[in-house]
Design a protein around this ligand. Structure first.
Ligand code: GLU
Length: 916
């Protein structure tokens, strides 16, 4: 019963519908669909139904035909067949088809309004009755270029599929002009090959270390290409894509599971209420009510469908408008083989161009004289968070950003938090070193390393909230352009090859590196300086006065001294001149005396060689001859000794010393070098300053090479005992080295000022978050703490106290230590003399005791008393001995006292210049 009632109601509705239809003028619209026009079909049915039901001026009918996609002749036959119909066709709407050019041309020729909804190349051809609801090609290309500009990509790759795609890229290609000769303008253009496998092309892009890709291809090819890009590691956090397909929003990117930054564009915003309501109406289309339940998701609606709907609406509204103004638009049949043209087509087309549409899903509509759409908006959408980030307005050719820099940063940080961030680094103390494992435990992941870099990233990660893992750059380099391999090495290479999202070590921010990667704000400031070894503290040689002669010379001289003394002794015994009269008054002495005993000979030769002379001299010819030869020998030896002694004592101060780069560059004795491939090397290589140029030329010419693989090797070379080598390295590293290596010092001040920064791929969206984190660490003093920790606290070796107080070793005076030996010899000599004196004294006491028949002790007492009495200058040959030794000694005491008083008075008188 219910079903019968329902059917009766529908019947009544149908009769009423037919009544109104017959009452209005019927107008037929030609529709040329392609294979995938299902959505448009729904839109067509719904729209015509609404128009025919509520706008009662014209009753719209449609002649829907499927057009051939490959055969232009077939397509033209289909169109002609449509135009021939008796009822005539008011206008034709054609969807995207490769044969559209012939259809456009036929309609233009017969002045039948023809409406297109797809991209067509820019044309200057007069097309009076042809419209295109798709944006005008040049404006569209301009919009794309503006969008690419706003993305601020330094360089990018364009991947296009068809030639039409390349035409769309024309304005983007022109972007290269505004920064000529800069690496940042590199635009690589690649065409997708036939087939579905594009891996080789993507690999090429990967090798070109390009992160930014503009992909212009059919919508259905996007996901397979992105999937292949993912296989090539081209779809990670720092990869950026711009998809130029206006239907890219219909795809599900979830299956790619990517953090890459994918940007798409669309002509409409499917999130508006108007859009959603329109789609709801399509779903309720009565024509499909019985056949199938339609379900349309707003985000699945294709651009072609929206444009078709807008075109249909505009067309039907225009026909109704014209009917209200009593203008007939009754179409006439057209025969393609005759010359008859559409009677009203021209007027109708002109009206359509002029008319302002009341509602259009695809935004503002305006056409130029050739039917090109010149007003439209393009929404730029970030796929990850499905947010419109910018809008381009064709009416004033302007791009308006919707997303603030904060939003962008927020999104970037959210992405960073989702992944395990790869941090590329290299071993080099104190930035990163292998952690020593306890009890032979095997360490994994970040536990394997420790150092300043690790702590720094840990602090940054704590602030931003991401997880990270350190890995080492394979080639252990910092990062330089390798001309042979045509690629960047080291940490920079890792970033460009997308092996890492961050790179940290003592990586200097340089102009060349900044061209290919981004740097955070500096976390440490430094400059190039010179590391050199301190002047060696030579072992204090007290006997440096012996140095002028070698040991053998000393031995020969000493031996010669003895021999000559002995020879002189014999000569003087032989020569008659040295036998002298002991009593010169006695002219005929019985005995002659020779004073040249061995003692005197030794004394004479010693006095000569000491340049002191002697109070007795030989008189014999031969002995004089011998002595003069000895004097000659002594003269030469002592002169040589004196000259050599001066040279030896000042020898240390003759060693070359340097006080800076200028001094280093002007000498050749001390070699100097830098780390191979580092920024210090680049500094000297690229410097225009003559001193540094000279140093660079010198370094290149020096053999063996002065370039070291790393700082460690450089430091070892400086420390090497042999060879003089200065290492030009960064001041922070010098500070670290001289903290515990006390034989090293920094020479001179810094040659430049630069900084270390955390590197990341170009245009990394998370850069500003990292900058903020570093600023925070700096302000809280954490960076200083970290430096103290790794430069001072965590050191195995003890710190060199006063390492920065350089010892002044170039003073002119000789220190006591240098001449200490002379004092020593003097001391020892005097000590021996005193001992000899004591011995002589005791010996003499013994003789006295024997001669004077005293006990040894009595004799000693008498002699000692006498010796200690410094006032007595005369001594009896024999001591006066009384009967009792005590009384004798008492007597003697008295005598001594008398003589003491006498002597005292004598000396006082002479002191006062008195004659006694
Ligand atoms: N810090 C330098 C760089 O990043 C390496 C060391 C140096 O060149 O002195 O290249």
């Amino acid at each position: 019963m219910k079903i019968v009632l329902q059917n009766v109601l529908w019947l009544l509705f149908f009769v009423a519908y037919q009544y109104f239809c017959l009452a209005s003028e019927s107008v037929t619209i030609g529709i040329l669909f392609n294979e995938g026009s299902h959505q448009s079909e729904i839109a067509l049915n719904s729209t015509l139904h609404k128009k025919n039901t509520f706008d009662q001026k014209a009753f719209f009918k449609s002649n829907v035909l499927q057009i051939s996609n490959f055969d232009s002749f077939e397509a033209s036959k289909t169109l002609c067949g449509m135009l021939e119909a008796d009822y005539g066709i008011a206008a034709v709407i054609g969807l995207e088809s490769p044969t559209r050019a012939i259809l456009e041309s036929i309609c233009n020729h017969f002045e039948v309004p023809y409406i297109m909804t797809s991209w067509r190349p820019p044309t200057r051809k007069q097309t009076d009755t042809v419209f295109n609801f798709f944006p005008e090609a040049e404006l569209f290309a301009q919009a794309l270029a503006e969008i690419v500009k706003s993305l601020q990509w330094g360089s990018f790759v364009i991947i296009y599929e068809t030639e039409e795609g390349l035409i769309r890229m024309q304005e983007i290609l022109k972007l290269q002009d505004y920064k000529r000769n800069s690496k940042q303008n590199n635009i690589l253009v690649k065409q997708l090959g036939p087939g579905n496998d594009h891996r080789s092309l993507l690999k090429e892009i990967k090798n070109a270390t390009e992160n930014n890709i503009i992909l212009d291809c059919k919508t259905e090819h996007i996901l397979p290409i992105l999937q292949q890009a993912k296989d090539q590691n081209l779809l990670s956090l720092h990869n950026n894509y711009l998809l130029t397909s206006l239907d890219a929003h219909t795809l599900d990117y979830g299956e790619l599971d990517t953090t890459a930054n994918i940007t798409t564009i669309r002509l409409f915003d499917y999130n508006t209420d108007d859009f959603k309501n329109t789609i709801r109406r399509w779903e309720l289309s009565p024509f499909d009510y019985y056949s199938k339940r339609i379900s349309l998701e707003p985000n699945q609606i294709k651009t072609e469908t929206v444009l078709f709907y807008d075109a249909l609406l505009h067309l039907t509204d225009s026909i109704n408008d014209l009917m209200y103004t009593e203008k007939s638009i009754t179409p006439n049949p057209i025969n393609c083989f005759e010359q008859t043209k559409s009677k009203n087509g021209y007027i109708f087309a002109a009206y359509m161009k002029e008319r302002k549409p009341s509602l259009s899903l695809s935004g503002p509509l305006k056409f130029d004289d050739n039917g090109n759409r010149i007003h439209f908006n393009i929404h730029v959408v970030d796929i990850l968070d499905n947010q419109v980030i910018a809008d381009w307005y064709a009416s004033n050719s302007s791009l308006v950003l919707r997303r603030s820099s904060n939003d962008t940063e927020f999104a970037a940080v959210a992405n960073l938090q989702k992944i395990l961030v790869n941090v590329s680094s290299r071993i080099g103390e104190p930035y990163l070193k292998y952690r020593e494992s306890e009890e032979g435990k095997i360490l994994y992941g970040n536990d394997r390393y420790e150092g300043y870099s690790m702590d720094l990233i840990q602090e940054v990660a704590n602030i931003i909230g991401f997880r990270f893992e350190f890995h080492l750059a394979e080639d252990k380099e910092y990062g330089k352009w390798d001309e042979k391999k045509k690629k960047w090495t080291g940490l920079v290479g890792d970033l460009l090859e997308r092996k890492a999202q961050l790179a940290v070590c003592d990586l200097t921010i340089t102009h060349q590196r900044r061209e290919v990667v981004d740097f955070s704000m500096p976390f440490m400031t430094l400059g190039i300086s010179i590391l050199y070894k301190k002047e060696e503290k030579k072992d204090i040689n007290m006997f440096a006065f012996l140095d002028p002669f070698s040991v053998s010379v000393w031995i020969y001289t000493a031996t010669l001294y003895l021999i000559i003394s002995v020879v002189l002794y014999f000569i003087s015994r032989m020569t008659p001149g040295d036998w002298e009269n002991p009593h010169p008054c006695d002219e005929n002495p019985e005995e002659l005396e020779n004073i040249w005993d061995i003692k005197n000979c030794l004394w004479l030769t010693l006095g000569s060689i000491m340049t002191q002379g002697c109070d007795i001299l030989p008189k014999g010819i031969s002995s004089r001859m011998a002595v003069s030869m000895w004097w000659f020998f002594s003269l030469i030896m002592t002169s040589s000794y004196t000259a050599n002694l001066a040279a030896f004592l000042t020898k240390d101060r003759m060693e070359p010393t340097i006080d800076g780069a200028e001094a280093l560059s002007k000498q050749t004795k001390i070699k100097y070098g830098v780390v191979d491939g580092g920024s210090t090397m680049a500094f000297f290589r690229d410097s225009n300053f003559s001193t540094y140029q000279r140093m660079w030329t010198n370094m290149l010419a020096t053999r063996p090479s002065v370039f070291e693989k790393n700082n460690n090797d450089g430091v070892k070379r400086v420390q090497a005992p042999k060879g003089q080598y200065a290492f030009l390295m960064e001041s922070t590293q010098i500070e670290y080295e001289i903290e515990t290596k006390c034989d090293l010092k920094q020479v001179g001040s810094s040659l430049d000022t630069k900084s270390y920064g955390i590197a990341m791929p170009m245009n990394s969206p998370y850069r500003s978050a990292i900058n903020k984190a570093i600023l925070k660490l700096q302000e809280s003093g954490k960076l200083n703490d970290l430096k103290n920790k790794w430069w001072k606290e965590k050191r195995k070796d003890p710190s060199c106290e006063n390492f920065d107080v350089e010892e002044k070793s170039d003073s002119a005076e000789l220190a006591l230590a240098n001449v200490g030996g002379v004092f020593f010899v003097l001391g020892v000599g005097i000590a021996i003399a005193v001992m000899l004196a004591i011995f002589e004294f005791l010996w003499n006491v013994r003789s006295v005791s024997v001669e004077e028949h005293l006990t040894y002790w009595e004799a000693l007492k008498v002699e000692l008393k006498f010796a200690c009495n410094v006032w007595i200058t005369k001594k009896r040959t024999k001591p006066v001995i009384s009967e009792s030794s005590s009384s004798s000694s008492h007597k003697s005491d008295k005598t001594d006292d008398k003589s003491m008083i006498h002597s005292f008075l004598q000396s006082a008188g002479s002191f006062m210049n008195l004659n006694n």
